[in-house]
Design a protein around this ligand. Sequence first.
Ligand code: ZN
Length: 259
Amino acid sequence: MSKCIACWLDDAINLDRPRLQTSNSRFNVLECRHCGLQWADPMPTQDELDAYYRTYYQRKKDRSLAQVKNALAKNVLEKVGWYKVRHLTFMHLINRHHPTKGVLLDYGCGEGQMLRVAKNDGWKVIGVDYSDEFAEALRADGIEFHAASDLRSSGIAPDSIDCLVAKHVIEHIVVLEQFLSDCRTVLKPDGIMAIKMPSRTSLRARLGLAKWHFVNPPEHQWGFQPYCFRLLMESHGFEVLYLKDSLIVDELTSIVGVR
Ligand SMILES: [Zn+2]
């Protein structure tokens, strides 16, 4: 696929194999010359995705020795409340753009930290994830949870969601246009999406301190920065209400409304 889904121009260059993969990788990374959107070519197959995501969270825990340092750093950050602060800050931003609250769906909810923050804040919450590894724990806490490999098959009713959270999700999705269309279907007419994604123009990425903004199939199929993300949203029926690269974390945060 060489046509860009953000600006529709058919003018992509091949950046060669993904930066984090070996020379025998079957994937290439394409970049749109006009807007800078990057994507994997070819996209991973459904079998590759299934194999990768069914035990995604368990594998994150079963880290190799080389990754233990990272896990330890994560534990320290957890103890000092870093993640909690990040979730509360995101919640505050969401509330600013949707003060009446309502139903919040976290797509790719994982352990459900964001769902718990939103629930405490007065939202009715629903979690959806490819993996059902945390289904029991979430339901035990009274959280509605659906395991599904895509939004369309998750059983969420049309026009029922006030805020759809997609935190570090869209870069993973193969058929992104279908996902955005499905999001519009489940959102109410005044609904919003709250999105976080890796950004290669974030300060950490620019300084070379981060690696996870790279296109890295079967994990990340897409690479973003603010310009191409805005075009992507506007060309798929959304209005960008907030869009900012983080100064501390390697990510881009956005709130978009249905147009
Ligand atoms: Zn483009």
